[in-house]
Design a binder for this molecule. Structure first.
Ligand code: B12
Ligand code: SF4
Length: 508
């Protein structure tokens, strides 16, 4: 019996930007007695169904965007006599769907690290259950990824998770509901050991695939102090201390490492934290800016963000501490008006953002926004090929409309056209060239231009482009640019001795 782990995608680029971590974590969780799992990442190339034989187990991980492709694979694998198991955020939210449409024999909800070996045992002994509740594991139960199974020279960035969960509760985000609001932080040693291994394999760039790298803010500590809540204060201090310990460990890794993470902008108020990030070589952090007005922030329950000039200041503070900020903005919030688009582009430029993404408010399953939208749509919901748009991910890719939250005064087309114009403005060659001044030399400036264009082109697939010709053109461009980009990211593999500034106990 061979174990297959498949990351579905209807588009393959030949090379990938970031390693899909779940593939390598579940490979790590696969007991030796089941042999080495066969990993298939369709963002690189389509799965070869011939590799799947009767009696094999096929694990398929899905998020909403790739669920339909996952279901195709599940049905095909089941026809070939394999046992099909689904997991991932979308299967967690819609286990029945994976059974009805994806040929699932079993679905694992929540974290797979501990449950996967039990599922394989049950599959081997013919006593598979329909649903397994993986739950939310404590961080010390997270399994390390098997980086030895990485295909050579195919990914630009490795990915290592340091914390799971986020204490906030933004209306458009499912993370706090699925991963929970309690931060589950992995120990510094195990994280450092994984990164150490990635560097030995030639990865200098590592995404810290976290929901929120700054789960305890200074405001949280002040609040606990004000409330004289000693237990809470101790707990928060311990979490904060663990973050600093982790950053200390990252700082001991080879100095050519470049880390990137996701963070709330409150970190800009915390000079000690920013200084530690700089020392740890965390050179970039995606900040969910979302909106530039107080009304917009209220729309998405993100009142902890700043707006206006304070916002510009906060974002600049990251840069002053050597942390580049790709900012993420949402258009189509109920309070947005035509003037919001230019105002947002202005803030993105004045704040010195290195990259930016401008997404349209989309109701993702598992979010507060989705529930409100689904309830409002009711039985009179619009259908495409008989499928309600509240299940838009089931509509075949070619007919699938881009689904956006309804807006009180603007049509989706107006929001889309204005959003597109902001992308075009932010990523005009002239503006990219000006931004590329943040790099040290001409070669790096050219690389910056290439990467900015790649980011822009790849985004057309998951982002706002609706017309197929434009998407196809963007794909061709992305394929072309991706190949040279990968050379910019990889480095010479190192031996243990070369990679060690202070080798971690787990790595030697
Ligand atoms: C890092 C990350 C990214 C990175 C890297 C993606 C990559 N190549 O891996 C980048 C920045 C590129 C990215 C992009 C996007 N992302 Co993202 N991303 C994440 C993040 C923060 C962590 C993912 C991760 O690596 N986790 C670590 C692994 C180990 O955990 P895991 O994937 O959950 O897997 C565990 C379980 O789910 C389960 N499991 C998973 N698969 C399987 C399969 C089987 C068989 C079994 C048994 C178990 C199992 O076991 C695993 C181990 O416990 C998650 C948030 C989150 N908490 O999941 C969002 C998240 C997955 N992303 C999300 C979104 C929306 C996107 C984008 C669409 C954003 C956009 N607008 O462009 C794009 C889509 C890109 C694409 N086409 O795939 C949403 C998905 C929501 C949904 N309902 O689908 C999430 C949940 C964040 C959110 N705000 O809600 N993302
Ligand atoms: S958007 Fe970011 S800050 Fe808000 S809940 Fe999700 S992960 Fe947390």
């Amino acid at each position: 019996m061979t174990v297959h782990l498949v990351n579905p995608s209807h588009l393959s680029f030949g090379v990938g930007v970031i390693t899909p971590r779940w593939l390598f974590v579940l490979a790590g969780a696969t007991p030796e007695r089941f042999g080495t799992p066969n990993i298939a990442d369709e963002t690189l190339e389509a799965l070869d169904l011939e590799t799947i034989k009767a009696g094999d187990v096929v694990g398929i991980g899905i998020h909403t965007g790739n669920a339909l492709r996952g279901y195709e694979i599940g049905v095909d694998a089941r026809k070939r006599g394999a046992t099909v198991v689904f997991g991932g955020i979308h299967a967690t939210l819609y286990p029945e769907e994976a059974r009805e449409l994806g040929g699932a024999h079993a679905v694992v909800r929540g974290d797979g690290d501990v449950m996967w070996p039990a599922v394989l045992d049950d599959a081997g002994q013919g006593r598979l259950q329909a649903t397994y509740e993986g739950g939310r594991l404590e961080a010390d139960q997270f399994v390390a990824a098997r980086w030895d199974l990485l295909p050579q020279g195919r990914y630009m960035w490795g990915s290592v998770q340091t914390v799971r969960g986020c204490p906030k509760h933004c209306s458009f985000c499912s993370v706090w509901r699925t991963d929970g609001q309690k931060p589950r932080q992995r120990g510094a040693d195990v994280v450092a050991a994984e990164i150490f291994e990635l560097r030995r394999r030639g990865f200098r760039f590592v995404a810290l695939a976290d929901d929120n790298f700054y789960p305890v803010t200074l405001a949280d500590l002040a609040m606990a102090e004000r409330q004289r809540n000693t237990a809470r204060l101790e707990q928060l201090r311990a979490l904060r201390a663990e973050r600093f310990e982790l950053m200390e460990r990252l700082a001991e890794l080879p100095s050519d490492m470049v880390f990137f993470t996701q963070i709330t902008m409150e970190a800009a108020e915390d000079p000690a934290f920013l200084a530690a990030m700089k020392k740890a070589n965390i050179k970039g952090a995606l900040v969910g800016v979302e909106a530039v007005t107080p009304e917009g922030l209220k729309d998405v329950y993100k009142g902890f963000n700043d707006s206006g000039e304070d916002l510009v200041q906060r974002l600049q503070t990251f840069r002053e501490h050597g942390v580049h900020v790709p900012g993420s903005f949402i258009f189509g919030l109920p309070s947005d008006r035509a003037a919001t688009f230019d105002a947002t582009a202005d803030v993105a430029e004045r704040a010195g953002l290195t990259f930016a993404q401008f997404v349209m408010l989309t109701p993702y399953p598992g979010t507060v926004d989705f529930e409100a939208w689904e309830k409002k749509a009711g039985d009179s919901v619009q259908r495409v090929s008989g499928i309600p748009v509240t299940r838009h991910w089931l509509i075949p890719q070619a007919q699938r409309p881009k689904v956006y939250s309804p807006h009180p005064v603007m049509t989706p087309d107006e929001i889309r056209a204005r959003t597109q114009a902001v992308w075009d403005r932010f990523y005009s060659l002239r503006r990219i060239w000006v931004r590329s001044r943040c790099t040290p030399n001409l070669r790096a400036r050219l690389a910056f231009v290439l990467i900015s264009k790649l980011y822009r082109q790849m985004y057309a697939n998951t982002g706002i482009a609706t017309d197929t010709a434009r998407v196809n053109r963007a794909n061709r461009w992305a394929r072309l640019i991706a190949k040279p980009c990968i050379r910019l990211f990889t480095a010479r593999p190192l031996t243990v001795a070369q990679a060690s500034r202070r080798p971690s106990p787990a790595a030697v």
